[in-house]
Design a protein around this ligand. Structure first.
Ligand code: HEC
Length: 128
């Protein structure tokens, strides 16, 4: 009997963990960004051409998860949020795109190249 109860407890705990693992994005990645990266400036900041180029990159690589308008869905955060638009600096976003956050399902985009990463950041920051 105690054996059964223990198993039941273990199963309950496991499913609780599974639910937790699928919880909404909570911005924990922001705490991982080193100060030096946080303050990095976007060389394309507010530049119209970079915004257009970034929009194309977004449609090709990001929209499949974050949605065509970056509106997000149940499993993928919206990029219109205060966290992405206000709280995160462009340097923070650059760090996230270079490193990814694979344990939470966000891939690294370092293969795109540095100019392209800054362009997609210009696009994201133009959404607010
Ligand atoms: C395979 C699906 C997938 C793709 C493709 C993807 N992302 Fe993500 N992204 C995620 C997930 C899942 C998270 C949430 C991570 C977490 O829990 O913090 C995320 C988080 C983010 C965040 C932080 C959002 C927040 O609220 O903290 C930004 C910004 C972001 N992604 C931008 C991009 C950009 C730009 C691209 C394209 C270059 C991209 N993502 C492609 C899955 C994806």
């Amino acid at each position: 009997m105690t054996f059964l109860l223990k198993r039941l407890a273990a199963i309950t705990l496991l499913s609780a963990c599974a639910i937790f693992a699928r919880a909404e994005a909570d911005g924990a990645w922001l705490n991982k960004v080193p100060a030096k990266e946080h303050d990095k400036a976007n060389p394309y900041r507010n530049q119209a051409e970079a915004q257009i180029a970034g929009g194309r990159i977004f449609a090709e690589h990001c929209a499949q998860c974050h949605g065509k308008q970056a509106q997000g869905d149940k499993k993928h955060p919206s990029l219109h949020s205060d966290r992405v638009q206000q709280q995160a600096t462009e340097g923070d976003l650059h760090w996230l795109l270079v490193n990814g956050y694979m344990s939470r399902g966000m891939p690294s985009w370092s293969k795109l190249g540095n100019p392209q990463i800054w362009q997609v950041i210009t696009y994201i920051k133009s959404l607010h």
